[in-house]
Design a binder for this molecule. Structure first.
Ligand code: FAD
Length: 615
């Protein structure tokens, strides 16, 4: 009550304070005054306004910073009598204002949970529940805390662990990869000496797949969603800059993610969470319809005892989309796993200057390698390619496809995300300043069971096999040693290989000219060709001989869904098993995975009787 939200307030680049996210500048007050039809902007007290979102919009002829601000009506009234008179007249004009209540998230996740923890209980209380597997129900007991194992320390596993530990569970977090310090050394050895550690790489290790990433925190769930805000506030608690709460396109970069993860880890350990890095879950212990624990082994093979069986009341499976062995293991227990559509394609890389010119034209010089007033330029493109426009042979089932850019990394670099040396797949990362000379993004098309069928791939893991087929082809086309096959975008459109000495690439392990038409089934290639030509209409200059396509981008999202019951988050086939995050097919990206993990944490805590009422 008493807070009005004003949106779409545009301030020119020249008048704006740039990377300062919070200042209510004179120029912004002028825009506010225009919207309120208030005659004297200088009479509006800046203290009455809070910036809640600031984005850079380069789409218009005159690029602008665009603000959303909250106006505290009471502050206006108490600070300035003449303003107060005006405000009392304002009520009937509310039609041109977007009036929203402040959402209810008043603090970070820790406070939210503390408010819901069972009255009278503390994290160290012994008044907890005990799982009675034989009866298929949870029963109270006064003997011990419920024991939960969280498998995977990506965003979903970390947030599930945090909620469960705060709620009073005895949590063990098991991660096949290494802590960020060792993982950094392993990734260094990969990039410099081509040594791929199977269990510690760009996909596996502390923080999950998103640690050596661009750290984009945008999500399709919506920025005003209270769960998203809770996740962002929690990240700020662990060291992310407060600007992520306001920036329209927040991102962290690898250099900020690593210290953030260390402080997240320390906090979990202080709460009593046992964290076991270099430890892989190889199997589930199942009794009747319940999972009762996990079988673990040292992922680098040095456990003296070989492997161990550990019993738990609940197993949270947060393994990400690259845990192919874990998917296989689930099938051996008849856990419900179904195929899921996903996307495959290529990663395009342009010189960043070219993207700045396309997006900002006259303002491109303001970028200054990430130090300037305006952000390093990005883009987002999407087209629908109708099969009727394609030259599909009569023996191929016609499929229309969405083609879109994905995981765009301005000022970033292309990196290797393989988890097996016979397979080759890539993605993109950046550092917080986004200061590299390159701009890369995936250009991908949707694939579904029809595509898997066409290659005679069946069963729940057909999508995994589809990915693997493309990754193996890419490895062969690159000639081995993690060299990536590449083609200029102009040659890709013309289906030829005119240049054997390709333009430079940010990819550190080497590139080799190849015709990427040989990578995909023909109709996928054609959909990509058509979409790229359409992208050039939206972003003139996008098709350029200095733009290099890299193969292959396959791990855009999970190729399966491990189905679960809505509300309880429990697997549809195995009680006590909670599939969460991207690997379970319920999230895509850092923030949505974190949100899913957080919700799952609440659901498990509730099922174990640790929380009051519904969250
Ligand atoms: P993951 O992060 O994949 O974590 C799963 C964890 O489980 C891993 O650490 C793995 O080692 C562990 N694990 C797997 N199997 C086992 C097992 N059997 N036993 C023990 N541990 C196991 N998203 C964005 O939103 N923004 C970005 O900028 C962005 N950039 C990316 C850049 C790269 C290079 C990559 C690879 C991904 C990027 N993503 C980005 C995607 C994002 O990282 C994922 O969506 C997100 O990490 C998914 O979170 P998760 O917790 O579900 O799974």
């Amino acid at each position: 009550e008493g807070v009005w939200r004003l949106s779409r307030l545009g301030v020119s680049v020249h008048e704006d304070p740039g990377k300062d996210f919070w200042t209510v500048s004179e120029a912004l007050l002028k825009e506010i005054a225009k919207v309120l039809e208030f005659p004297v902007p200088s009479m509006l007290p800046p203290e009455a306004f809070t910036v809640v979102r600031k984005s850079f919009d380069a789409r218009k002829k005159e690029p602008k910073f665009v603000y959303t601000v909250d106006m505290d009506v009471h502050k206006l009234v108490s600070l300035e009598p003449r303003t107060s008179e005006f405000v009392s007249e304002l009520e009937p004009k509310v039609g041109f204002l977007e009036f929203l209540h402040h959402n209810n998230v008043s603090g970070d996740l820790m406070n939210v949970i503390r408010n819901h923890r069972k009255i009278g209980e503390t994290a160290s209380s012994s008044e907890v529940v005990h799982t009675n597997h034989s009866m298929g129900a949870y029963k109270f007991s006064a003997t011990r805390k419920p024991k939960v194992v969280v498998v995977g320390s990506g965003p979903s596993g970390l947030f599930a662990s945090l909620v469960l530990a705060e709620a009073g569970a005895d949590v063990t977090l098991v991660e096949r990869g290494q802590a960020v310090e060792q993982r950094g050394r392993d990734i260094g050895a990969l990039v410099v000496r081509r040594m791929l550690q199977l269990e510690s790489n760009f996909c596996f290790g502390e923080g999950g797949a998103g640690t050596w990433s661009d750290g984009k925190l945008v999500t399709r769930i919506g920025r005003n969603n209270s769960s998203v805000l809770t996740v962002l506030k929690t990240l700020v608690h662990f060291g992310a800059p407060c600007s992520i709460l306001v920036d329209g396109k927040p991102h962290l970069g690898t250099d900020r993610l690593i210290p953030l993860l260390r402080s997240f880890r320390r906090y979990l350990q202080e709460l009593g969470v046992t964290i076991r890095f270099g430890t892989r879950v190889d199997d589930l212990l199942v009794k009747g319809e319940h999972v009762i624990g996990v079988k673990i082994s040292d992922s680098r093979g040095s456990f003296e005892s070989g492997c161990q069986n550990l019993e738990y009341d609940a197993v949270v499976l947060a393994v990400g989309h690259s845990a192919r062995d874990t998917y296989q293991m689930l099938l051996s227990h008849n856990v419900d796993v179904v195929q899921k559509d996903f996307s495959v394609g290529l990663r395009i890389e342009h010189p960043q200057e070219l993207i700045n010119d396309i997006q900002y034209s006259g303002l491109a010089s303001e970028v200054q390698s990430g130090r300037g007033k305006v952000p390093v330029a990005d883009y987002q493109v999407a087209e629908y390619v109708n099969w009727k426009e394609m030259n599909i042979p009569s023996n191929v089932e016609p499929i229309s496809r969405s083609c879109y850019s994905f995981c765009m990394c301005p000022g970033g670099q292309v990196v290797l995300t393989s988890t097996d040396p016979s397979e080759l797949c890539i993605n993109g990362m950046s550092f917080s300043r986004r200061s590299s000379r390159w701009a890369n993004a995936a250009l991908v098309v949707t694939v579904s069971s029809k595509d898997f069928d066409a290659l005679n791939l069946n069963g729940p893991l057909a999508g995994v096999e589809f990915q693997r087929t493309l990754e193996r082809k890419a490895a062969v086309m690159g000639g081995g040693n993690f060299v990536v096959p590449v083609q200029t975008v102009t040659d890709f459109l013309d289906n030829r290989l005119s240049v054997t000495s390709v333009p430079p690439s940010s990819y550190r392990l080497g590139v080799k000219a190849a015709n990427l038409h040989n990578l995909f089934p023909g109709d996928i290639t054609e959909a990509l060709q058509r979409a790229i030509s359409m992208f050039d209409k939206e972003l003139p200059g996008f098709v350029s001989s200095s733009a290099l396509l890299h193969g292959v981008e396959t791990r855009t999202s999970s190729p399966v869904q491990i189905t679960r019951r809505s509300g309880t988050w429990e697997s549809t086939s195995l009680k006590g098993l909670y599939p969460v995050g991207e690997g379970a097919g319920y999230a895509g990206g850092i923030v949505s995975a974190a949100v899913d993990g957080m919700h799952a944490g609440f659901a498990v805590a509730q099922n174990l009787g640790l929380l009051n009422g519904s969250i």
